[in-house]
Every structure is written in C-alpha cells, then in structure tokens.
Design a protein around this ligand. Structure first.
Ligand code: ADP
Length: 579
C-alpha cells in the first residue's frame, strides 16, 4: 500500500450518526464504544475494525450515514495497514499520520471539511489510529478516529482519553473475535456431523471411517484424528499403532463411555503415551487429546481420538459438547455399517455353502452315473437270456431300483443346473400350448389307466414366452404328472393356458389328495414329500417341484399353489409374455 489516505478505513463527513453492520450480539458493545468515543473525545467519526485472517474488516462505525454506507463491509489487507502505520507519529498507543506525509493524491471517500485557520488545524487527509493489540503484541483490530469537533489535531489531554478508550476497545475486540471463532468452530463441527450423517453405510467400515476421519479433522480443526475399533485391526483409518497403544485406547474409550462424555487428556499425558514414537503426522508434538466413545446402549463399538498440536488452543467446552454429538452420530453410523457388513458376510457364507452343496451334489450324481450306466447295460444283456423265474423276480427288483436311483441322480443334476445362477439360459420363443400338449401325451396313458379326465383348455393363438424349451417342457411335465399321480382313480386334471397383457399363465388343477398349509410351506424344498394320506404310496424323489420352482424363477416368472387336504390342488405359473 502506498502512503496515501486511499485505503484508510475512515473517511467521513456530515452530522454524527451511529450505525453498526456487524452481527448484533457480537459487536453491540463495540458499537457503543465507538459512539462513546465520538461523544467523549469530541470526534464525529469512530470506526472499529477487526483482524480476520490476513484482512481487517470494518465492524462498527459511529458517523454519518454516508460514512457508514461507504465503509460498510470494507476489508483491507492487514499488511497495507501495517505499512501505513510505519509512517505515523507515535502518540503513546495512538498513531497519527499528518496529511503532509502522503506521497500520492488520495482517492475514495474523504470528509468534506475545510481546515480551520490554526497551526494545529485538522486536515481532511489526516489519519489517527489506535492499533488494537493484545498483551503479547498480537494485532486484533484497529480504531480509527476522524473529524474533530473543534477542527484541531487532538492535544495531549484528548489523546489520553482516546488511549483509554482504545484499551477498552481492545478488550471487547478480543471478546468479539473469540465469539466469532467459536461460532466458526461450531459451524465446522456441525459440518463434520453432517458429513457423518451423510456417510453411505454400505461402503464398509474402513472406507466410511476414512471419509469420516477427514471431516472430523477438518470440522474440529484437529491436527490428527484416529479411531479405535476393537477386533478390527488397523484397517479403520487408524494410525499404525502398536498393540500397547491400542490397549490403552480401549481403556480410554471404556472410561469415556462410562462417563457418558468425552475425555480430554492433557498434553503431558498424551506426550507420555506417544513418547518417542511418531505415528502418521510424525512432526506433531501433541497437545490435548479428546477421546469420544462410539457405542450403542450397552455395547462399546470403539472411539475416536482428536489431537491438536502442543501449540494449538485447548478443547473448549463447546467443542467437547459438539464432539459428544458427533460421537452419537458416529455410533449410529458404525452400528449400521457393522450390521450391513455382518449381513453381507452371512450372505457370502450362505452363497459359499450353497456352491459347496451344489458341487458336492453334482460330483456324487456323476460318480453314481457311471456305475449305474454299467448296471443298466448288464441288465439289458440279461434281457436276452432265459432266466429262472425266481431269479427274474430279483432282476425285476434290481431293474426298478436302478431306474429309481437313475431318476434321483438325473433330477439332482438338473436341480443343481437350474439352481445355478451362473448357468446360462438359452432363450428362444416357446409356445406353452405345445409344452402342455406334449406333457398331456406323456401322462395320457397313466391318466386313462386311472380313469381320470384330463381337460386341456388352450387358447387359439400362441401363448409365447421366452426361454429354454427343454426346461419349460420339464416344468410343465412335472406339474401335470404330479396332478395325475396325486389324484385318485376317476378324478379330474385340468390344464389351462391364458394369455394376458404382459404375461402368460399356466394353471394345473386336480381333484386329488391335496395338502395341508404346513406342507405347502415346504413344498419347493428339495426332497420334501408331503404327509398327506396316500402321498407316500406314490413313487417320487421329492425333487420335482424344487426343479419346477427354479426353472420358473430363472425364466423371470412366479409359481403359486392353492390346496386343501382332500380337496385337490391348483398350481399357477406366470411367465413373461414374449414380445
Ligand atoms: P415327488 O417326486 O415326490 O412327486 P415333487 O417335488 O414333485 O416330488 O413333489 C413334492 C411333494 O409334494 C410330493 O411328494 C407330494 O407329496 C406333494 N405334491 C406335489 N404335487 C402334488 C399334487 N398335485 N397334489 C398333492 N400333493 C402334491
């Protein structure tokens, strides 16, 4: 800044008028002081500015409305003010810059006054300041005074009055700045809490805590933030802490939890904990450490630790309270992330188990397949040979049981195949009317042997769905053959196909033995056979409906059953209509 009055934060004229455009609670006292100065020291303008970062901001103006309007919200670089002050005469704590010392013509708003005819006359470009400094010399603000009522540069008596006021202004300026800093800190803590609440729980604990750690560090203006989560090793955004510090962290967390508040450890204690060992931010000489527990009801889930450098300010009461709130938010977050993770782990375990089961089943089925094929081949050879009737009875039994094992083995392999989501589904258009006709052909002889009525109700137009023709054939055949099998002699089996707007519907009803509600609940479990009277007498593996359900599911459809013991059953399958 040049030594002109251009950037001086006081330039005023007109009738004395008071205004303040700072936050009312913060700066009311400063404004009262500014007014007091104008009245008691005999000046028309008093302006108070505060140092905020590397700028100085006008917070209170006692002066004319024009003056207030001109200075409203003005900010100046602290460095430029300091440069200007170097030109000043030292009047005790006051600094006076006579206009003669200016090297360039001023710009900006200048008081519209004429200097009076006097050797000590006040000139419109004269500047009078009181830099506001704390006891340790730290600049916190600036008091500027302008336009003396008597038109004269102040004599020693008035300078003394101004100096006394400057002292008071310093005191209130420090308070106002502290209050601002506090509000800013709270705002930051609130933003940290907001970030915690917004953290996506599905990301996994390590990822979530890494994100939260950044918001905590920034929001609480900490130099280091870390977590202790029991049983989670060091994957939680924690520093690579040795075991003894982890153990100690656990104790501190438990103590904080017991007190239901945060703990603040003094710098020396923290220094002793970390003595001689540097973690993460190696250059950090640690000051106070705040310990906040994480937990729900009775369970301690962990804790977070906020550290500041030894030179930084201590943890204020308000910050501690904000940390308590953040710890509540974090407790909820960690609880739901942990629940998410364990749910995911259970699902993964179940999937692994299911895969293992499928592998086991298909291995066994394959292993059985080869000897079965050999037995069947030998049975066929024996068909050609003349055999003793007694031996023929045994051979028949071998034949029946061999075909039963073959069926179980084939069904198991099919069940594994259609139940495997990784097994590709070959898709082409399949007309359900054809599936039903072929299934009816297959069961036709059995139905007529049992004197059953087999009614087919098929639409004129194709009832097309998309999928694997063999699987859909198998699904329809299973349902129709079950209906025939579990319906006593003389009963009725009805199969209908209906085309709807978006789906095709297959309904297989019978007047058979039906089943209880309890049985219906387990119907699609592999190997389930109902307890209904007469059911056990029928041959079966209990795999058919499990296969049917999986085929329907992998074709994007649904299956439902309605039944009552002794009153028949209806199976309804809906499948998407082929477009
Ligand atoms: P299964 O080879 O035993 O027929 P399924 O899986 O096809 O095996 O059927 C499972 C069980 O459900 C059967 O054992 C039977 O008890 C019952 N069930 C299936 N369909 C019917 C039906 N239409 N009426 C009555 N019970 C049935």
């Amino acid at each position: 800044m040049t030594s002109t009055a251009r950037d001086r934060p006081i330039l005023a004229t007109g009738t004395p008028h008071e205004t303040s455009h700072a936050a009312p609670s913060d700066d009311d006292s400063l404004h009262l002081l500014a007014r007091g100065i104008t009245r008691m020291a005999g000046f028309q303008v008093a302006v108070i500015s505060l140092v905020i970062g590397d700028e100085i901001e006008v917070v209170s103006v006692a002066g004319s409305p024009e003056c207030a309007a001109a200075l409203r919200g003005d900010r100046f670089a602290v460095s430029s003010i300091l440069e200007e002050l170097e030109l000043a005469d030292e009047w005790g704590p006051l600094r006076f810059i006579p206009h003669e010392r200016l090297t360039a013509p001023p710009s900006g708003w200048i008081p519209d006054i004429e200097p009076i005819d006097h050797p000590d006359a006040w000139h419109p470009l004269d500047a009078l300041y009181a830099p506001l400094r704390t006891d340790d010399g730290h600049l916190v603000g600036l008091l500027s005074i302008d336009v003396p009522d008597d038109g004269l540069r102040p004599d020693p008596a008035r300078r003394r009055i101004l100096a006394e006021y400057a002292e008071q202004v310093t005191h209130f300026a420090v308070l106002a700045l502290e209050r601002r800093a506090l509000a800013e800190r709270l705002r930051m803590a609130t933003s940290a809490r907001r970030a915690i609440r917004a953290a996506p729980a599905h990301l996994g604990l390590a990822e979530v805590l890494t994100r939260v750690r950044a918001s905590l560090t920034e929001g609480f203006d900490a130099d280091r933030a870390w977590f202790w989560i029991p049983g989670r090793g060091r994957a939680d955004g924690a520093l690579d802490l040795p075991d003894d510090i982890h153990t100690l962290a656990g104790h501190l967390a438990a103590e904080a939890r017991e007190q239901d508040h945060v703990l603040v450890l003094p710098g020396e204690a923290v220094h002793n904990i970390f003595a001689g060992r540097a973690y993460g931010n190696a250059s950090l000489t640690t000051g106070e450490m705040l310990v906040a527990p994480i937990g729900t009801n009775e369970t301690l889930l962990g804790a977070f630790f906020l550290q500041r450098a030894a030179t930084a300010r201590p943890w204020s009461q308000l910050e501690q309270e904000a940390a308590v709130d953040a710890s509540h938010d974090l407790s909820r977050l960690v609880a739901s992330v942990t629940a998410f993770e364990s749910e995911r782990a259970t699902v993964a375990e179940l999937r692994e188990l299911e895969e293992y089961r499928s592998r086991l089943v298909s291995t066994i089925a394959h292993e059985i397949g080869n000897p079965l094929a050999a037995i069947t081949a030998h049975l066929e050879i024996l068909d050609e040979v003349e055999i003793d009737p007694e031996v023929a009875v045994s051979l028949d039994s071998i034949r029946r049981n061999t075909s039963r094992i073959t069926k179980v083995s084939d069904d198991l392999l099919l069940l594994v195949r259609v139940g495997n989501p990784g097994h590709p589904l070959s898709t082409r258009t399949v007309d359900l009317r054809r599936c039903v006709s072929e299934a009816a052909d297959l069961v036709g002889i059995a139905a007529s042997r049992k004197h059953q009525r087999l009614d087919l109700c098929l639409p004129q137009d194709p009832a097309a769905t998309c999928g694997d023709a063999d699987e859909l054939d198998r699904m329809v055949a299973n349902l129709v053959s079950n209906a025939v099998k579990y319906t006593p002699d003389g009963g009725t089996v009805r199969v209908s196909v209906t085309v709807h707007d978006t789906h095709v519907e297959l309904a297989v009803s019978d007047s058979g033995i039906g089943m209880s509600g309890e049985d219906q609940a387990q119907l699609f479990e592999p190997f389930f056979r109902s307890t209904a009277p007469g059911a056990a007498a029928q041959p079966g593996t209990g795999l058919g409906l499990a296969i049917v359900q999986r085929i329907v599911q992998r074709h994007g459809g649904e299956i439902q059953v309605t039944s009552a013991l002794g009153e028949g059953s209806t199976f309804v399958v809906t499948l998407p209509l082929a477009t």
